[in-house]
Design a protein around this ligand. Structure first.
Ligand code: FDA
Length: 395
């Protein structure tokens, strides 16, 4: 005999947990299942173990989606302040790192514990881990689920299975599969917020630079610009400025990177020429850049001479060549290392206020499985909380 519940949620990640809390607080009976052995695995891993749980600057412009307006309603009704109030209620200490990004002082574990406690406090939410879905159908207005822990029936079914990123943390394509089964279109998926890889000459040239980082570069692709850190890796480039632009990058597109975007390099070189004409150009660059990078640049350009040997005009024309790189990534590190998945359940067949399917009543999609992807910096969790809350208010 199937166990009946009002709300059945698949996926106990950020969005599924928030949906369960919100529905439970409305006294809806909820069963929340996950195939992993524990809940909220990505939350635990997030923000380097400190969970960048929201961003105080959240707005629709921080999200990629085929419909950029879709996020507005849910984000307006569950704001960063709502989540901050929850964090404060649980006395979890946090700090702002930069640009509105809020992190736990201690550990991401506190966020998972908080969400679990909130589920328990409702008295209406049952969580089952290591529970895999075997089949699912809707018949006579009721959803029927066969799982590895028995059969369930429910009035509302919420798909909160996340994206394809980091399969070792439990990611699967189940949400897209269920979406298609119920007639939904799925926007093409690809890895986002992901390190970029290079082959051939650029990689050979950067070989000695793996591990070298720069505090601020500007990455540019068409209209998008991000100022943040950059890291050379064994296979290419990473760091926040690269992760951010990677979500906009498509294979075959070159990428512009400006080193020292906050420095007038020609002015610096002219100043140093006046002060120390005997200083080599390479050493003048080492004052602003890591030594190994200055060395690398000196191998690309004739930088061995002393500043005094260059005319002012030569220094002025060399500076932008040193600062502005155009690079052609060969690919990305893929879902294995991507923080998020771009694409997903097409928003045109979902209600933006409740996340309910416009094709199948009682069916909801929330969180990363939907074609909504945030920038780096706490925006993805805010979408998970907001969309989970939106569905939780209606299921
Ligand atoms: P999420 O992936 O959290 O949860 C989906 C759940 O569904 C999982 O528990 C999974 O086990 C379960 N599931 C999947 N397939 C299933 C199946 N077949 N059967 C049953 N259950 C299934 N964002 C941010 O805002 N700030 C940050 O600091 C970070 N940091 C970060 C670090 C790393 C390493 C990664 C990979 C990602 C981030 N992110 C982030 C992104 C953020 O983690 C992500 O956007 C949210 O977790 C999405 O929440 P969801 O609930 O939609 O999916």
């Amino acid at each position: 005999m199937a166990e009946h519940t009002e709300v059945f949620i698949i996926g106990a990640g950020a969005a599924g947990l928030m949906c369960a809390i919100t529905a439970g607080q409305r006294s809806r009976r909820v069963i929340l299942v996950d195939h992993a052995n524990r809940i909220g695995k990505k939350i635990l891993m997030s923000g380097g173990g400190h969970c960048n749980f929201t961003n105080t600057t959240v707005s629709a412009q921080h999200y990629l989606s085929a419909n950029r307006h879709f996020v507005k309603s849910a984000l307006a009704r569950y704001t960063p302040e709502h989540f901050i109030a929850l964090v404060q209620k649980h006395q979890i200490a946090f700090h702002e790192k930069e640009s509105g990004q809020l992190f736990c002082d201690q550990s991401s574990k506190q966020i998972v514990a908080m969400l679990e406690q909130e589920c328990v406090a409702t008295g209406h939410v049952k969580i089952r881990t290591q529970c895999s879905l075997l089949s699912c159908r809707k018949e006579d207005g009721i959803f029927h689920m066969e799982t590895s822990q028995g059969a369930f029936t429910a009035e509302s079914l919420v798909i909160a299975t996340g994206g394809l990123s980091i399969p070792s943390l439990g990611a699967t394509g189940l949400g897209y599969q269920l979406g298609r089964q119920f007639g939904h279109s799925v926007q093409t998926t690809r890895p986002g917020l992901v390190p970029l890889t290079f082959t051939g000459r650029p990689l050979e040239q950067w070989r000695g630079l793996a591990g070298v980082s720069l505090a601020t570069v500007e990455t540019r692709l068409q209209k998008q610009r991000f100022r943040a850190g950059l890291l050379f890796t064994h296979r290419g480039l990473s760091g926040p400025a690269i992760l951010q632009i990677s979500s906009f990058w498509q294979e075959g597109n070159p990428l512009d990177i400006q080193l020292l975007p906050e420095t007038d390099l020609s002015a610096h070189l002219l100043r140093q020429k006046k002060r120390q004409p005997q200083l080599s150009l390479k050493n003048a660059l080492s004052e602003l850049l890591p030594k190994s990078l200055a060395q690398h640049l000196s191998e690309q350009y004739p930088l061995q001479q002393n500043l005094g040997n260059y005319t002012d005009a030569e220094l002025v024309s060399l500076a932008p060549q040193l600062q502005n790189w155009s690079v052609l990534p060969s690919g990305s590190e893929g879902y294995r290392k991507a923080e998020v998945t771009l694409g997903g359940i097409d928003t045109s067949q979902l209600s933006s206020s409740s996340m309910e399917s416009q094709l199948v009543s009682g069916l909801y999609f929330i969180g990363e499985v939907v074609d909504v992807t945030g920038w780096l910096g706490g925006y993805n969790f805010q979408w998970a909380w907001a969309s989970g809350h939106a569905a939780g208010m209606q299921v």
